[in-house]
Design a protein around this ligand. Sequence first.
Ligand SMILES: [Zn+2]
Length: 508
Amino acid sequence: MRFLSELAPRRRWPLVAMAVLLVLLAVSSAAAAVRPAPTSADPFLAAQAAALLPAHSGDLERAGEWDRYTIVASLSPAALAVRGTLSVTLTNRSAVTYERLYFRLYPNHPDYGGRLDVSAARVAGRPVASGTEHGDTLLWLALPWPLPPGGTTQAELSFTARTPRNASAQSFGAFNDEAGLWSLAGFYPVLARQFADTGWDRRPIESRGDFAVTNVGLYDVSIDLPASWTLVSTGTRLENVPGRGGMRRERLVSGPQREFYLGVVRGLEQASSVVDGTRIISHYQPANAAAGRRALRVAEQALRAFNARYGPYPLAELELVQGALTRFLGMEYPGVVLIERRLYAENDRVLETTVAHEIAHQWWYSLVGNDAQGEPWIDEGLASYAQVLYYEALGDPRRAGEELDYFRRLYGQLREAGRDVPLATPPGELRGIYVQVAYAKAALFFQALRGQIGDAAFERFLQGFLAAGKYRETAGPDLLRAAETACSCELDRLYAEWVLSAAPVPIP
Ligand SMILES: [Zn+2]
């Protein structure tokens, strides 16, 4: 995610970005050509290969680590509603026996301004008791019998999600219908994260920063929608079948992803290209066509740069969408990046850095997970530092330096205000200083790390952290370990000064 700095005065490019992860889109008419032949052994898994580049289809050998979601839903334009059923096959991946299953109902958080209601639920084919916690944002289903560690079961839920319209000035712009984008982030019940030691993550949802904290899953999603609408989504389209009454059905598969983004665009134009095998699609307002094509070029450059710097993006598609976010600049979803519409009209530089930032979240958030509601500095720091790496890759050290200067300015203001805190501060305690800490100070931590271990070891760190954390959840100590492995050196002091305390470190 990228958004406005809360403490800093408004400047030429005043917004700090929240990065949005890319969701794979299913626009390609060529999708049918890569559709794999389902195997009789595991047709669900065989279908997933279409979402991945051929060189990465072997990633599905880890499918036993991921839960499986099947969603069948219909979009109702008049009601601004999505009605559907969700079937999820899940495994207890913790050390404790479960009496209940827990699902996040993100749209019931007040920031969303909408609703997600579950009307029926069954577990292992039986109707079960249910209830909610934290203002209807956490749903529990009673298991008909305890689920031991390693045990697997299946849950089926019927749900209806409703978004507001033209509400981006008041509520979360990614769950809203406005300016040609009906954005449905979090439209379905998603399993709460599981911790290996303690089981379900049942914390209340923190408003500040990114909402979703989920484990990787595989999604097979069928959507009925008016024939004239264009879907934007995580994953790749497998089927596009005409239906009755001017409707059609699209079927999409995600590959391993932390959530499934869905949106509808109406009246937007698109341009596309291919980088390293991944198809990139940019959706934009006709009035902003030049900026929409420029966003595509920036995305091409960012994908190429980060593929080389971090390791390859494994997915077949990546989409950028111009939308009305209003209160923030950009938002990442797996395979989909939403960019605030004003950036297409006003400010080339912020459009460029925001697209780069949100695309970097495809690695840092989407491939490599971390607790965005507890340690946002990890993915936001890496995505912010990616703005520096992006300009380095373009051979533009002056602009790379200007990105660093921006972070130095924000962090300097924080220090002058006497409000410096450890990077490892939960977002709920960062009122008014979230951007200065989770973005600016965190980006400077990576600059300090690079200065201490050198360019070659820093590159090994980035690639090693990706390799170790891909499709997993990471925490600060994992990052420290990856850095120490890369440099074959001790970094405890650097980590303690920046992450665990607010020592008066030299600003790098
Ligand atoms: Zn971000």
